[in-house]
Every structure is written in C-alpha cells, then in structure tokens.
Design a protein around this ligand. Sequence first.
Ligand SMILES: [Zn+2]
Length: 152
Amino acid sequence: MTDTVWSFASGTIQVLVALVAVGTFVFYVVYERRARKTQLSAMYLQRYWEISDGLLTDPKGEQAHTHHVHRLLILTEDEFDAARSGLLDPNYWEKWHGWIAHPSQRETRFHNLGLVHAKPPDFEHLRECLGDPELKISSAHTWKQCPARQTI
Ligand SMILES: [Zn+2]
C-alpha cells in the first residue's frame, strides 16, 4: 500500500516538474521572441529619426535632401520585408504602416519615388501598399488588408 502511494506521488511530482520545465521554456521562448521584435522595431525607429533629422537640416532641392529621401524609401521597403517576415512588433508596425498608407501621404510617397527616379520593381512593397498611382482612390487600409502583405 505504501509503495503504491509513494509510486503515485513520485509519478505525480515528476509530471508536475516536467510541466513547470516546459512552461518555463515556452515562456522564455515567447519572451525572447517578443524582446527581439521590440529591439528591431526600436532600431528601425532610431534610423527613421536619423533620416528625418537629415530631411529637416538639408533644404529641399539639394542633393543631400534627395539622398535622405532615398534612404527613407529604402528603410521603408526594408521594414515591409521585416514585417512580412514577422520580425517587427505588430503594434509598432501597425502604426508605422498606417502612416505609410494614409491617403494624405500617398501623393508625397509617389513624389518621393519620382524624386529618386525609382522605376518598378524598385520599392515593390511600397508600391503594392500605395496601389496604382493613376487611380485617385483612397489607399486607406490596415496591415492585415495590405496588398504588400499578401504577396510573396
Ligand atoms: Zn499597406
């Protein structure tokens, strides 16, 4: 009788220890993944502000300003790649994408593409997000609805 109780208690303890170990491992993996997304998102944000500072200090029309516009387009396209791969913090990217895709920014984005003489397929994700430049329809959408998210 005592051996049976002891055997049952020992087996239960082993199962509980195993469950705690698995739970700790899963928590660590989820925490680590989330921390990496936050870290990468913060890096993109820092790069954005560096480029934005350049846009403010170098006057429009100068080559340096156009260079900053080109850097911003490259950063944006790179962020689309990172977001499509699930490497960015979804809250951060949803806000960033909302700003990129906002109809009030659409004309500026196409102007910037022209400023750096970009031709398709350059900046293909940004172009997919913005839609056809000839259509004057609203391009407002969420990241879940974004055409740039749908294609690979
Ligand atoms: Zn979009």
